[in-house]
Design a binder for this molecule. Structure first.
Ligand SMILES: C[S@@+](CC[C@H](N)C(=O)[O-])C[C@H]1O[C@@H](n2cnc3c(N)ncnc32)[C@H](O)[C@@H]1O
Length: 287
């Protein structure tokens, strides 16, 4: 059947802007980094930390929050990302939040840091977006860590929005529309992260599953943002059908989100959602 295109998404959709993405992701990345740092010993004095694929700086922000009460002396953070816009935002936060950090526009697959540079290296919400399952990046993290240095990488075992997106897609979009986030399902099992970290050369790799919560904005707005993002990034063009089915899709998303395991409606009709994070920690051989 020929589908009448609506360009580029239904008229009800919110425009995909960096602000929308930030509001949608809320504290997902910061909280993921917090539960990840919690799996390693406290950051010692003199640590040199690489925030790899730093984006807007969530891992650095999480670290600064964790150490705020008693900051170790002489730590330095080097942050890298290949998106220039991310580096611009990160640089502003260095100034505004007085981070002991520098940032660099750099591909995580070919870092220009010398061998044996860092005591810690974190890839927060990074490996699963990379085309080679993050192997090249993890190898570079291994090369640039000092002997005995610690690598932290993570993936999500439970993404609470997944079922809601799947239900809205299968109910309101044409049959066979691919589900977004599908690739991430491969990452839900801890063995995926463990395997790639071991392959990159890390020793004593431990993957821990840990719960994490985020709080959304008001649920109707959250469902609207989520569906706008899903349709706006979909590989299947939208048609008049998605426009007509808009309210139905939003209703399905709201209901499914409220029914996910651990979900709780809190003040202001906001939702507390439960994630499960796989946190991988590995060491570069001390010799
Ligand atoms: C899901 S975001 C996570 C960002 C950040 N780590 C955080 O916790 O907010 C993934 C980030 O990886 C960056 N990225 C993707 N591929 C990269 C590569 N090959 N080298 C460096 N950065 C990369 C993207 O630009 C983006 O900022």
């Amino acid at each position: 059947m020929l589908r009448e295109r609506v360009n580029p998404v239904p008229k009800q959709a919110i425009a995909l802007t960096p602000e929308l993405y930030n509001e949608l992701t809320a504290d997902i990345y910061v909280n993921t980094a917090k539960v990840s740092f919690a799996q390693v010993a406290p950051i010692p004095e003199g640590a040199s930390i690489h925030d790899n694929g730093c984006g807007n700086g969530s891992a650095t922000a999480a670290l600064m929050d964790i150490i705020a009460e008693k900051p170790p002396k002489f730590i330095c953070i080097k942050a890298t990302d290949m998106a220039e816009n991310a580096i611009k935002i990160y640089n502003k936060r260095i100034v505004d939040d007085k981070w002991p950090a520098e940032s660099f526009h750099m591909d995580s697959n070919s870092l220009s840091f010398p061998d044996n540079t860092f005591t810690h290296s974190i890839a927060n919400a990074l490996v699963f977006v990379l085309p080679d399952d993050g192997l090249g990046t993890l190898k570079e993290m291994h090369r640039t860590l000092k002997p005995g240095g610690i690598a932290i990488a993570n993936s999500w075992a439970v993404i609470p929005q997944m079922d809601a997106i799947e239900a809205a897609t299968t109910t309101t979009r044409p049959p066979g529309t691919p589900l977004p986030l599908l690739k991430r399902e491969r990452w839900s099992h801890p063995d995926m992260l463990r395997g790639v970290m071991q392959k990159a050369g890390f020793e004593d790799v431990k993957v821990t599953q840990t719960e994490m919560w985020i709080t959304t904005c008001e649920i109707h707005r959250y469902a609207t943002m989520l569906w706008s993002f899903v349709l706006g990034t979909s590989s299947v063009a939208c048609s008049i059908e998605e426009e007509e089915n808009w309210d139905r899709a939003i209703g399905i998303i709201e209901e499914e989100l409220m029914n996910t395991e651990g979900a709780e409606v809190v003040e202001g009709r906001r939702l507390k959602l439960r994630f499960v994070v796989n946190v991988g920690v590995g060491m570069k051989s001390p010799m």
